[in-house]
Design a protein around this ligand. Structure first.
Ligand code: ZN
Length: 153
């Protein structure tokens, strides 16, 4: 008999925010890991995105759901280019295989997102995968960040 996965709780406004890698984003985005579910291959994160920041090109390997809690997020070019412009409070669903060449934040914004499967960051010209980010990579990055915080303290 396998054990049921443990319940968890995170106080989102408590604890540090990690800098999101500047090889995968621009403008000083920060993030925190809330939960990973190895059995489901899902992971849940919160992002804090200053005005003018953006995520580099990526493909959602599996579907994802987000809740924009603050600000505005332009996905797939925003509504002006046939994509979505989320305005807080806004919910969005991104299907498996959706490609986002640039996800932009024109004002200070925050959102929660649950991903099913990895996010593949790609070279926008060639489509080649630069890095696959799934629950394992995210958890390793978050634990590495927490360790570096402890050493700095
Ligand atoms: Zn995306």
């Amino acid at each position: 008999m396998k054990l049921k996965a443990a319940e968890e709780y995170v106080q989102v406004d408590d604890g540090p925010w990690a800098p999101f890698p500047d090889t995968l984003s621009q403008g000083g985005i920060e993030w925190k890991l809330l939960h990973v579910s190895p059995e489901a291959g899902t992971w849940s994160t919160m992002y804090r995105c200053p005005a003018g920041s953006s995520f580099n090109a990526h493909i959602h390997t599996g579907p994802g759901e987000y809740l924009l809690t603050k600000g505005r997020m332009d996905v797939r070019g925003g509504v002006a280019k046939g994509g979505s412009s989320a305005i807080a409070p806004g919910y969005g669903f991104e299907s498996a295989g959706s490609r986002h060449d640039k996800t932009e934040f024109l004002v200070d914004s925050e959102f929660f997102m649950t991903f099913v499967g990895p996010l593949a960051f790609i070279n926008p010209e060639t489509g080649a995968v630069i890095v696959n980010v799934g629950w394992m990579e995210v958890e390793a990055a978050w634990n590495g960040f927490l360790e570096s915080q402890k050493k700095a303290a």
